[in-house]
Design a protein around this ligand. Structure first.
Ligand SMILES: [Zn+2]
Length: 303
Protein backbone atom coordinates (compact mmCIF):
# COMPACT_ATOMS: atom_id res chain seq x y z
CA UNK A 1 0.00 0.00 0.00
CA UNK A 2 2.73 2.42 1.00
CA UNK A 3 4.59 1.64 -2.20
CA UNK A 4 1.47 2.32 -4.24
CA UNK A 5 1.03 5.76 -2.69
CA UNK A 6 4.59 6.73 -3.53
CA UNK A 7 4.17 5.64 -7.15
CA UNK A 8 0.91 7.53 -7.51
CA UNK A 9 2.49 10.68 -6.12
CA UNK A 10 5.38 10.49 -8.54
CA UNK A 11 3.08 9.97 -11.48
CA UNK A 12 0.88 12.92 -10.60
CA UNK A 13 3.62 15.43 -10.00
CA UNK A 14 5.92 14.32 -12.86
CA UNK A 15 8.67 15.48 -10.57
CA UNK A 16 11.49 13.55 -12.19
CA UNK A 17 14.75 15.48 -12.34
CA UNK A 18 14.38 16.72 -15.88
CA UNK A 19 16.84 18.97 -17.64
CA UNK A 20 16.64 20.96 -20.84
CA UNK A 21 19.84 19.28 -22.01
CA UNK A 22 18.03 15.91 -22.07
CA UNK A 23 14.72 17.11 -23.46
CA UNK A 24 14.66 14.47 -26.22
CA UNK A 25 13.92 11.84 -23.56
CA UNK A 26 11.33 13.75 -21.51
CA UNK A 27 8.61 11.56 -23.05
CA UNK A 28 9.96 8.47 -21.28
CA UNK A 29 8.92 9.87 -17.91
CA UNK A 30 6.22 12.26 -19.10
CA UNK A 31 4.32 10.66 -22.00
CA UNK A 32 2.42 13.87 -22.79
CA UNK A 33 5.72 15.36 -23.97
CA UNK A 34 5.38 13.08 -27.02
CA UNK A 35 1.85 14.37 -27.75
CA UNK A 36 0.58 15.82 -31.02
CA UNK A 37 -0.28 19.29 -29.69
CA UNK A 38 2.99 20.32 -28.15
CA UNK A 39 4.71 23.69 -27.76
CA UNK A 40 6.66 25.63 -28.78
CA UNK A 41 6.11 25.87 -32.52
CA UNK A 42 7.47 27.95 -35.36
CA UNK A 43 5.00 30.73 -36.20
CA UNK A 44 4.63 31.66 -39.86
CA UNK A 45 2.70 34.91 -40.39
CA UNK A 46 2.07 34.13 -44.09
CA UNK A 47 0.53 30.74 -43.23
CA UNK A 48 -1.50 31.85 -40.23
CA UNK A 49 -5.22 32.27 -40.70
CA UNK A 50 -6.08 35.97 -40.31
CA UNK A 51 -9.00 36.64 -38.00
CA UNK A 52 -10.58 39.68 -36.36
CA UNK A 53 -11.65 39.49 -32.74
CA UNK A 54 -12.85 41.75 -29.98
CA UNK A 55 -10.22 42.88 -27.49
CA UNK A 56 -9.37 40.67 -24.56
CA UNK A 57 -10.24 42.56 -21.37
CA UNK A 58 -7.22 42.97 -19.12
CA UNK A 59 -8.23 43.64 -15.51
CA UNK A 60 -5.60 44.87 -13.08
CA UNK A 61 -2.83 45.18 -15.66
CA UNK A 62 -2.84 48.97 -15.20
CA UNK A 63 -2.93 48.85 -11.40
CA UNK A 64 0.08 49.50 -9.18
CA UNK A 65 1.05 46.44 -7.16
CA UNK A 66 3.48 46.80 -4.24
CA UNK A 67 6.73 45.21 -5.44
CA UNK A 68 7.24 43.45 -2.11
CA UNK A 69 4.11 41.35 -2.71
CA UNK A 70 5.76 39.77 -5.75
CA UNK A 71 8.23 36.97 -5.14
CA UNK A 72 10.98 36.15 -7.59
CA UNK A 73 12.37 32.62 -7.36
CA UNK A 74 15.17 30.67 -9.02
CA UNK A 75 13.53 27.24 -9.38
CA UNK A 76 16.53 25.68 -11.08
CA UNK A 77 14.88 25.83 -14.51
CA UNK A 78 13.99 29.52 -14.76
CA UNK A 79 13.51 32.77 -12.93
CA UNK A 80 9.87 33.00 -11.96
CA UNK A 81 7.81 35.88 -10.57
CA UNK A 82 4.92 34.61 -8.46
CA UNK A 83 1.74 36.61 -8.11
CA UNK A 84 -0.32 36.40 -4.96
CA UNK A 85 -4.09 36.32 -5.41
CA UNK A 86 -4.59 38.29 -2.19
CA UNK A 87 -2.49 41.24 -3.28
CA UNK A 88 -2.72 41.12 -7.06
CA UNK A 89 -5.82 39.90 -8.82
CA UNK A 90 -4.98 40.22 -12.50
CA UNK A 91 -7.46 38.58 -14.84
CA UNK A 92 -8.14 38.27 -18.55
CA UNK A 93 -11.48 37.51 -20.20
CA UNK A 94 -13.50 38.32 -23.30
CA UNK A 95 -12.39 38.47 -26.92
CA UNK A 96 -11.13 35.06 -28.04
CA UNK A 97 -11.37 33.86 -24.42
CA UNK A 98 -15.15 34.26 -24.42
CA UNK A 99 -16.77 33.94 -21.00
CA UNK A 100 -13.81 32.10 -19.49
CA UNK A 101 -11.83 34.07 -16.91
CA UNK A 102 -8.16 33.45 -16.26
CA UNK A 103 -6.00 34.77 -13.43
CA UNK A 104 -2.28 35.55 -13.70
CA UNK A 105 -0.35 33.06 -11.55
CA UNK A 106 3.27 33.59 -12.54
CA UNK A 107 5.65 34.99 -15.11
CA UNK A 108 8.83 33.12 -16.06
CA UNK A 109 11.49 33.35 -18.74
CA UNK A 110 13.43 31.29 -21.28
CA UNK A 111 16.79 32.47 -22.59
CA UNK A 112 19.96 31.39 -24.38
CA UNK A 113 23.62 31.13 -23.46
CA UNK A 114 24.41 33.68 -26.19
CA UNK A 115 22.52 36.01 -28.47
CA UNK A 116 20.60 34.58 -31.42
CA UNK A 117 18.87 31.88 -29.39
CA UNK A 118 16.82 31.62 -26.21
CA UNK A 119 13.17 32.04 -27.15
CA UNK A 120 10.93 28.98 -27.40
CA UNK A 121 8.64 30.20 -30.17
CA UNK A 122 10.25 31.33 -33.39
CA UNK A 123 8.75 33.54 -36.10
CA UNK A 124 9.63 32.45 -39.65
CA UNK A 125 12.24 30.19 -37.97
CA UNK A 126 13.96 33.15 -36.32
CA UNK A 127 14.66 32.60 -32.61
CA UNK A 128 14.89 35.60 -30.29
CA UNK A 129 17.11 36.20 -27.24
CA UNK A 130 14.49 35.75 -24.52
CA UNK A 131 10.86 34.80 -24.11
CA UNK A 132 8.56 35.72 -21.22
CA UNK A 133 5.55 33.53 -20.37
CA UNK A 134 2.61 34.96 -18.43
CA UNK A 135 0.81 31.88 -17.11
CA UNK A 136 -2.91 32.32 -16.44
CA UNK A 137 -5.16 29.65 -14.95
CA UNK A 138 -8.90 29.45 -15.42
CA UNK A 139 -10.54 30.66 -12.20
CA UNK A 140 -12.68 27.50 -12.32
CA UNK A 141 -9.61 25.66 -11.04
CA UNK A 142 -7.75 26.08 -7.76
CA UNK A 143 -4.19 25.80 -9.06
CA UNK A 144 -2.11 25.60 -12.24
CA UNK A 145 -1.50 21.91 -11.48
CA UNK A 146 -5.24 21.29 -11.35
CA UNK A 147 -5.94 23.35 -14.49
CA UNK A 148 -3.10 21.77 -16.51
CA UNK A 149 -4.39 19.52 -19.27
CA UNK A 150 -8.04 20.49 -18.74
CA UNK A 151 -10.13 22.04 -21.49
CA UNK A 152 -9.80 25.86 -21.19
CA UNK A 153 -7.53 25.25 -18.21
CA UNK A 154 -4.59 27.51 -19.00
CA UNK A 155 -3.88 30.52 -21.19
CA UNK A 156 -0.25 31.58 -21.58
CA UNK A 157 0.79 34.93 -23.06
CA UNK A 158 4.22 35.00 -24.69
CA UNK A 159 6.50 37.96 -25.38
CA UNK A 160 9.64 37.66 -27.50
CA UNK A 161 12.65 39.90 -26.76
CA UNK A 162 15.77 40.83 -28.69
CA UNK A 163 18.81 42.61 -27.39
CA UNK A 164 18.81 46.27 -28.25
CA UNK A 165 21.44 48.82 -27.45
CA UNK A 166 21.13 52.29 -26.00
CA UNK A 167 17.75 53.72 -25.20
CA UNK A 168 15.85 51.03 -27.10
CA UNK A 169 17.16 48.42 -24.68
CA UNK A 170 17.08 50.61 -21.59
CA UNK A 171 13.43 51.36 -22.17
CA UNK A 172 12.80 47.81 -21.08
CA UNK A 173 10.61 47.94 -18.00
CA UNK A 174 11.42 44.40 -16.90
CA UNK A 175 14.43 45.97 -15.19
CA UNK A 176 12.41 45.86 -11.93
CA UNK A 177 12.86 42.09 -12.22
CA UNK A 178 16.33 41.83 -13.76
CA UNK A 179 17.81 44.13 -11.09
CA UNK A 180 16.88 41.46 -8.52
CA UNK A 181 18.31 38.48 -10.43
CA UNK A 182 21.81 38.74 -8.88
CA UNK A 183 20.38 37.86 -5.46
CA UNK A 184 18.62 34.70 -6.67
CA UNK A 185 21.66 33.19 -8.39
CA UNK A 186 21.28 29.76 -6.82
CA UNK A 187 18.40 27.33 -7.03
CA UNK A 188 15.85 27.89 -4.28
CA UNK A 189 16.81 31.54 -3.73
CA UNK A 190 13.91 33.97 -3.52
CA UNK A 191 13.63 37.75 -3.47
CA UNK A 192 10.87 40.30 -3.25
CA UNK A 193 10.84 43.09 -5.80
CA UNK A 194 12.02 46.37 -4.34
CA UNK A 195 10.08 48.59 -6.71
CA UNK A 196 7.29 50.27 -4.77
CA UNK A 197 4.82 50.10 -7.60
CA UNK A 198 4.87 47.37 -10.19
CA UNK A 199 2.43 47.96 -13.03
CA UNK A 200 2.24 44.64 -14.84
CA UNK A 201 0.95 46.11 -18.09
CA UNK A 202 3.85 48.57 -18.22
CA UNK A 203 6.42 45.86 -17.64
CA UNK A 204 4.63 43.41 -19.96
CA UNK A 205 2.39 45.50 -22.24
CA UNK A 206 -0.02 42.69 -23.10
CA UNK A 207 -3.00 45.04 -22.82
CA UNK A 208 -1.52 47.29 -25.53
CA UNK A 209 -0.98 44.69 -28.27
CA UNK A 210 -3.34 44.63 -31.22
CA UNK A 211 -2.10 41.55 -33.07
CA UNK A 212 -1.07 38.13 -31.84
CA UNK A 213 -0.72 34.49 -32.82
CA UNK A 214 -3.14 32.04 -31.23
CA UNK A 215 -2.98 28.25 -31.21
CA UNK A 216 -3.62 25.20 -29.02
CA UNK A 217 -0.42 23.84 -27.49
CA UNK A 218 1.14 22.61 -24.29
CA UNK A 219 3.32 23.49 -21.35
CA UNK A 220 6.92 23.51 -22.59
CA UNK A 221 8.36 21.64 -19.60
CA UNK A 222 7.42 18.22 -18.15
CA UNK A 223 4.65 17.06 -17.80
CA UNK A 224 4.00 18.97 -21.10
CA UNK A 225 0.21 19.03 -20.44
CA UNK A 226 -1.81 19.95 -23.52
CA UNK A 227 -4.93 22.12 -23.83
CA UNK A 228 -2.86 25.26 -23.30
CA UNK A 229 -4.30 28.24 -25.13
CA UNK A 230 -1.27 30.13 -26.47
CA UNK A 231 -1.22 33.83 -27.28
CA UNK A 232 2.13 34.96 -28.67
CA UNK A 233 2.52 38.64 -29.47
CA UNK A 234 4.16 39.37 -32.80
CA UNK A 235 5.67 42.68 -31.71
CA UNK A 236 9.24 42.07 -30.52
CA UNK A 237 10.28 43.77 -27.27
CA UNK A 238 13.72 45.20 -26.50
CA UNK A 239 16.06 44.18 -23.69
CA UNK A 240 19.47 45.52 -22.75
CA UNK A 241 22.66 43.43 -22.86
CA UNK A 242 23.28 43.78 -19.12
CA UNK A 243 19.79 42.48 -18.36
CA UNK A 244 20.32 39.39 -20.52
CA UNK A 245 23.64 38.83 -18.77
CA UNK A 246 21.88 38.73 -15.39
CA UNK A 247 19.64 35.91 -16.63
CA UNK A 248 22.70 34.04 -17.93
CA UNK A 249 24.49 34.43 -14.58
CA UNK A 250 21.83 32.36 -12.79
CA UNK A 251 22.73 28.79 -11.76
CA UNK A 252 21.00 25.41 -11.85
CA UNK A 253 20.82 23.00 -8.90
CA UNK A 254 24.14 21.51 -10.11
CA UNK A 255 25.80 24.90 -9.93
CA UNK A 256 26.04 25.07 -13.72
CA UNK A 257 25.07 28.16 -15.68
CA UNK A 258 21.29 28.28 -16.06
CA UNK A 259 21.21 28.99 -19.80
CA UNK A 260 19.47 27.57 -22.85
CA UNK A 261 16.37 26.67 -20.86
CA UNK A 262 14.28 26.60 -24.03
CA UNK A 263 12.52 23.68 -25.63
CA UNK A 264 13.07 22.85 -29.29
CA UNK A 265 10.33 23.50 -31.86
CA UNK A 266 7.64 20.80 -32.00
CA UNK A 267 5.71 19.63 -35.05
CA UNK A 268 2.55 21.58 -35.85
CA UNK A 269 0.72 18.39 -36.91
CA UNK A 270 -2.92 19.18 -37.76
CA UNK A 271 -3.21 22.40 -35.81
CA UNK A 272 -4.38 25.79 -37.02
CA UNK A 273 -2.53 28.94 -36.09
CA UNK A 274 -4.52 32.15 -36.30
CA UNK A 275 -3.15 35.66 -36.51
CA UNK A 276 -5.63 37.72 -34.54
CA UNK A 277 -6.20 41.40 -35.16
CA UNK A 278 -8.10 42.89 -32.26
CA UNK A 279 -10.87 45.45 -32.32
CA UNK A 280 -8.40 48.26 -31.60
CA UNK A 281 -6.84 47.35 -34.90
CA UNK A 282 -9.95 47.01 -37.09
CA UNK A 283 -12.60 49.12 -35.39
CA UNK A 284 -11.17 52.51 -36.30
CA UNK A 285 -14.22 54.17 -37.85
CA UNK A 286 -13.81 57.74 -39.11
CA UNK A 287 -16.14 60.10 -37.24
CA UNK A 288 -19.04 61.46 -39.29
CA UNK A 289 -21.68 64.05 -38.76
CA UNK A 290 -25.25 62.82 -38.75
CA UNK A 291 -27.94 65.35 -39.69
CA UNK A 292 -31.64 64.65 -38.92
CA UNK A 293 -32.58 63.63 -42.49
CA UNK A 294 -29.78 61.06 -42.55
CA UNK A 295 -30.92 59.72 -39.19
CA UNK A 296 -34.33 59.01 -40.71
CA UNK A 297 -32.83 57.21 -43.66
CA UNK A 298 -30.54 55.18 -41.35
CA UNK A 299 -33.61 54.15 -39.35
CA UNK A 300 -35.40 53.19 -42.56
CA UNK A 301 -32.36 51.18 -43.70
CA UNK A 302 -32.18 49.27 -40.47
CA UNK A 303 -35.79 48.14 -40.63
ZN1 LIG B 1 7.65 28.88 -20.27
Amino acid sequence: MFKFIICATLLLSSSFAWKHSSQDSWGEESPDCNGKQQSPINLIPADAQAQNAQNIQFNGYDIQIPGNSLILVNNGHSAQLNFNEQTSNLTITGGILGEEKYILEQIHFHWGGANGRGSEHTIDWKPYDLEAHLVHRNTKFESVAEAAGKENGLTVLGFLYEQRSGLLGYNSDIRAITDRLPIIQNEGNTARLTTRNFITGRNFPADKQTTYFNYAGSLTTPGCSENVNWIVFDRIQGIAADELRKFRDLKTSDGDALVDNWRKIRDLNDRNVTLIKTADNFKIIPPRLIVPQQLNSIRADSN
